[in-house]
Design a protein around this ligand. Structure first.
Ligand code: PLP
Length: 294
């Protein structure tokens, strides 16, 4: 279902003519389709059957506060990577308990803001970050809930510049160091281990990389539990691709992705967290401008 369409040579956003919007609010402006956001969010979040899930929209895909407020009303959480994105998500009405904080460069100030807000989980990407988070939480007399973002060393397809799950990428804890990182976290007084997190890339157009990453992380979860860690949540990240134009191969549908994920995780006894970005906001807006001179 497309919500930007030509009717008799004139483009409409849902049922409103773009000419009318241009005349009313001026140009340039961004025009977003609420119906598109609603549909994408609903299709994605209903793809996992009865599994316990949190769909945390990746704010970097579009951080417009009206967009975030639309998603908040649908029950979305947020995946943020900065204090600014955290502030926007909170202002838009996304509850802190549905916010996950990802990213390789969290600062002390951002950690403080997220701890005061009471977010769901920090996706920690390195040991130096872990140690700083522990000391900030200690200083605030609180406990920081964490997952490590692990790097499963899988090739995600998509574009090499937006691949994040190979060992040469800067993201996440190296696969060979994952278990020792958890052992380290368990020793820290202001850190609470809650889950495991992975995000292997963007615009992924096959299911197979997800399958490999989920299986690898599944076996890691078993080993971590054998070592005595409590693993409640498995964050599978985002990355599912969307169609661009008519001549590229269409990526798997959210329902196909959902069927795979539920099949692979059914036995794991975890809450699933997802961080879809472009899947939700791609095709949901346009930049409307006017030709001034020829
Ligand atoms: C970019 C990003 C996402 C969203 O990726 P999409 O390909 O837009 O779904 C999710 N999680 C993290 C950590 C990211 O960096």
């Amino acid at each position: 279902m497309r919500h930007f369409d030509f009717r008799d040579g004139e483009m409409f956003a849902e049922d409103v003519s773009l000419r009318e919007i241009a005349n009313t609010v001026g140009t340039p402006c961004y025009v977003y389709s609420t119906a598109t956001f609603e549909r994408h969010f609903k299709v994605f979040s209903e793809s996992f059957g009865s599994a316990k899930t949190l769909v945390a929209y990746s704010v970097k895909a579009n951080s417009n506060i009206a967009v975030l407020a639309t998603l908040a009303k649908l029950g979305a959480g947020a995946d943020v990577v900065s204090g600014g994105e955290l502030a926007r998500a909170l202002v838009a009405g996304i509850p802190a308990r549905k916010i996950v904080f990802s990213g390789v460069g969290k600062t002390e100030t951002e950690m403080r803001a997220a701890l005061s807000a009471g977010i769901r989980i920090f996706n920690v990407e390195s040991l130096p970050e872990l140690y700083l988070l522990n000391s900030v939480a200690l200083d605030m007399d609180t406990i920081a809930p964490i997952a490590f973002r692990v790097n499963p060393d899988v090739t995600a397809g998509g574009h090499e510049k937006i691949s994040t799950g190979k060992k040469e990428n800067k993201f996440g804890i190296a696969w060979s160091k994952a278990e020792s990182a958890y052992a380290e976290a368990a020793k820290l007084p202001a850190i609470k281990i809650v889950g495991v997190d992975v995000h292997i890339g963007s615009q992924i157009d096959k299911l197979e990389p997800f399958e490999r990453a989920i299986k690898k992380v599944g076996s890691l979860i078993e080993r971590l539990r054998q070592s005595g860690h409590t693993i409640q949540s498995f964050d599978i990240g985002g990355g599912l691709g969307i169609p661009y134009g008519n001549n590229t191969k269409a990526p798997p549908l959210p329902t196909e992705y959902g069927a795979l994920v539920t099949k692979l995780t059914r036995h794991m006894d975890v809450e699933l967290i997802f961080e879809p970005g472009r899947m939700i906001s791609g095709n949901a807006g346009i930049l409307l401008s006017k030709v001034l001179y020829i």
